[in-house]
Design a protein around this ligand. Sequence first.
Ligand code: IPE
Ligand code: IPE
Ligand code: MG
Length: 244
Amino acid sequence: MSEPLNKSELVKLPLHVAIIMDGNGRWAAARGLPRLAGHRAGTENLREVIRATVEFGVKYLTIYAFSTENWGRPQEEINGLMRILEDVIDRELEELNREGVQLRHIGHLEGLSSLLQEKVRHAIALTKQNDRLVLSLAFNYGGRDEITCAVRRIVEDGVKPSEITQELIASYLFTSGLPDPDLIIRTSGEMRVSNFLIWQGAYAELYVTDVLWPDFGREDLFAALKDYATRDRRFGKLSDRRCG
Ligand code: IPE
Ligand code: IPE
Ligand code: MG
């Protein structure tokens, strides 16, 4: 049973929440389990987090599941992570679609098996009319890689230097069409962004919790949103809250 939470405390809501889902390996190690058991456990709580995101009124959720740097892990762990993504799509797609979730992918599909590419493409096509929540999956995603690819395509398109603006660059990123994240949550206590949304998150509020990703649920999301509601976002200007 989910606890009643006082949603009136969420006086200011982020439009877009992004989550660095970290700590699966430590969750498993703490239980004497293999790392992959932690990654599997880290998919069990996803449904609850996605539901809670919708419940609290957040419209965009982006989750970081596999970075371009994660290719440096042992092959067995990489294979396991690929298999887990396949299983999650098989297990969750129908329900996500029923609940009005639109799935997007950011990162490169190339590099994944053709079966996995096919599953991701199918999920995107199936859910593209949905508008209750836009859920972007960052898989084989890296911020520097994203910017490098954007620059390459801008040059290929013959864009003139005088035409290069921040808006133009943003339109060449994987996130084109998405609002910038207002809140980036990182689980497991690490105080870094690890190549996640480095352009888009320039003014995101950061929230780090010690909770390990597989243990992160509805109440933890609520705590992050409550904290966000107290933030004074200045964007380099002066506070709206200043006196006189
Ligand atoms: C996050 O958990 C998931 C991925 C990066 C794929 P980790 O696997 O990084 O877990 P820790 O940081 O080792 O605990
Ligand atoms: C960031 O976590 C990537 C994902 C959560 C997918 P990592 O565990 O890979 O990051 P570092 O190595 O601690 O910076
Ligand atoms: Mg980690």
